[in-house]
Design a protein around this ligand. Structure first.
Ligand code: GAR
Length: 201
């Protein structure tokens, strides 16, 4: 078995950043080798993930999506060309979406074929899109879960790498379910990367 070339990854995150943190800690602990997190890009100025990146001394870039929003809607193509410029400069082998709350456009997806992963808080193909945990509760599901999948042009529709499930308790709310699901998301993302690393071998 030959030595696998290091796989440079950039994480895209919009919010709190707990999945980003879990990935960074896993990388530092040497459990997701050969992946190396070389940077964070966030679209939100006040994202917790940015602060985490600074604390971990990981280069972070803000590509603020706010100025691209107007009463006429979101100028996705201009925002995405800024994002693509930034990604092209960082030259990652992989892009990990970790609570990135914008849909990635076709140009970026085409620039990194089968090299973009996402974590979604549902057992896909169930409950795509926003507030997946609420969707599961509203649907009366007994089981919830999370999925790590490749990103394609179909929203939350790409090939699944790994899923894990957990029981929905009778008194679960969107908040309690989301909170219980989070550690499982972290575990699933790490195991999914370990699985991909084996396939790269
Ligand atoms: C996570 O629950 C993640 O699965 C979800 O946002 C949260 C981000 O938390 N992502 C999506 O819903 C994407 N469609 P984090 O910022 O603490 O990682």
């Amino acid at each position: 078995m030959g030595k696998i070339k290091r796989q440079k990854a950039v994480v895209l995150a919009s919010g709190r950043g707990s999945n980003f943190e879990a990935l960074v800690r896993a990388e530092k602990a040497g459990v997701i080798s050969p992946f190396e997190i070389i940077g964070l890009i966030s679209n939100q100025p006040d994202s917790g993930a940015r602060e985490l990146a600074r604390n971990f001394c990981i280069p972070e870039v803000l590509v603020n999506s706010q100025p691209f929003k107007s009463p006429r809607g979101f100028d996705r193509s201009h925002y995405e060309s800024e994002l693509l410029k930034c990604l092209t400069a960082l030259k990652p082998d992989w892009i990990f979406l970790a609570g990135y709350m914008l849909v990635l456009g076709p140009e970026i997806i085409a620039a990194f074929p089968k090299r973009i992963l996402n974590i979604h808080p549902s057992l896909l193909p169930k409950h795509r899109g926003l507030r997946a945990q609420k969707q599961a509760i509203d649907a009366g599901d007994r089981i919830a879960g999370c999925s790590v999948h490749y990103v394609t042009e179909e929203l939350d529709g790409g090939p699944i790498v790994l899923q894990k499930s957990l029981e929905i308790l009778p008194d679960d709310t969107e908040e309690t379910l989301s909170k219980r699901l989070l550690p499982l998301e972290h575990e699933t993302y790490i195991e999914a990367l370990q699985q991909i690393a084996k396939e790269l071998n």
